[in-house]
Write a protein that binds this ligand. Structure first.
Ligand SMILES: Nc1nc2c(ncn2[C@@H]2O[C@H](COP(=O)(O)OP(=O)(O)OP(=O)(O)O)[C@@H](O)[C@H]2O)c(=O)[nH]1
Ligand SMILES: [Zn+2]
Length: 206
C-alpha cells in the first residue's frame, strides 16, 4: 500500500460544513443601532446607555453568525438500523419578521444506512441553521434536508418546538404558546410504523 492510501485508510471521512457567513460591517451596524434607539426616544448620552448600540450590534451579530464544523461520521459496521434520536437540542434564533428571539428545542433523528453520524453533529447542524433570521418552518426543513444531503441515511426526522417572543411578549401576547413543526423524510416518512415511532418519541406521546 502506498503512503497516500495508508493515510486515507487511517483518516475517517470528515467532510467540513462550511458556514456561509454574510459580509458584516459592525461599525455601520453600531451607528444604525444608535440611530434606531435615538429615533425610538432613548437618550444615548445617559451613562448606562452609552455602550448599548455597540452591544446591540454585537449581540445581534452573534445570533446571526453561523459556525462551520467537521461533519464526523463513522462506517455503520454493526449494521445498526434502528432510530437514532437526539432530543432537546437547544434552538435559539431570531424571527425574521420582527428580529425578536425564538427559543425552544429540536428533536433530530435518523435511520442509519451506511454511515452513522457523530451525535454532537446533530446539535451543531441545528445551531448552524438557527444562526440566521428564520421562520420555524424553514429551520425545520433546512436541518432535515442538510442531513439527508450529507449523510444519505434511510430516513430523517426533525421536530422543533419553540416559543416566538414576537407573539408571546408583544402583539398577540399569548404567553406559553409554543409552535410545533416537523419534517420527515425517506423511510421515516413512507413507513407508517417508523413514522409513528419517530413522532411519538420526538413529541413524547405515550
Ligand atoms: N409561519 C410563521 N410565521 C411567523 C414566524 N415567526 C413569526 N411569524 C409571524 O409572522 C407574522 C407577521 O405578521 P404581520 O401582520 O406582518 O406583523 P405584525 O403586524 O407585527 O403582526 P402581529 O405579530 O400579529 O402583531 C405574525 O403573524 C407572526 O406571528 C414563523 O417562524 N413562522
Ligand atoms: Zn416575529
Amino acid at each position: 500500500m502506498n503512503a497516500v492510501a495508508a493515510v486515507e485508510q487511517a483518516t475517517p471521512l470528515r467532510p467540513r460544513i462550511v458556514a456561509e457567513r454574510p459580509v458584516v460591517d459592525l461599525e455601520a451596524a453600531e451607528a444604525a443601532a444608535a440611530d434606531l434607539l435615538a429615533a425610538l426616544g432613548l437618550d444615548l448620552t445617559q451613562e448606562s446607555l452609552v455602550d448599548t448600540p455597540r452591544r446591540m450590534a454585537r449581540a445581534l451579530h452573534e445570533l446571526m453568525a453561523p459556525e462551520g464544523f467537521e461533519l464526523t461520521s463513522f462506517a455503520n459496521e454493526e449494521g445498526y438500523d434502528e432510530l437514532v434520536l437526539v432530543r432537546d437540542i437547544p434552538v435559539r434564533s431570531l424571527c425574521e419578521h420582527h428580529m425578536l428571539p425564538l427559543v425552544g428545542v429540536a428533536h433530530v433523528g435518523y435511520l442509519p444506512d451506511r454511515r452513522i453520524l457523530g451525535l454532537s453533529k446533530l446539535a451543531r447542524m441545528v445551531d448552524l441553521h438557527s444562526r440566521r433570521p428564520q421562520t420555524q418552518e424553514r429551520l425545520t426543513t433546512a436541518v432535515a434536508d442538510h442531513l439527508r444531503r450529507e449523510l444519505a441515511p434511510a430516513g430523517v426526522g426533525v421536530v422543533v418546538e419553540a416559543e416566538h417572543t414576537c407573539m408571546t411578549l408583544r402583539g398577540a401576547r399569548a404567553p406559553g404558546a409554543r409552535t410545533l413543526t416537523s419534517a420527515v423524510l425517506g423511510r421515516l416518512r413512507d413507513d407508517p410504523s417508523s413514522r409513528a415511532e419517530f413522532l411519538s418519541l420526538a413529541r413524547r406521546l405515550p
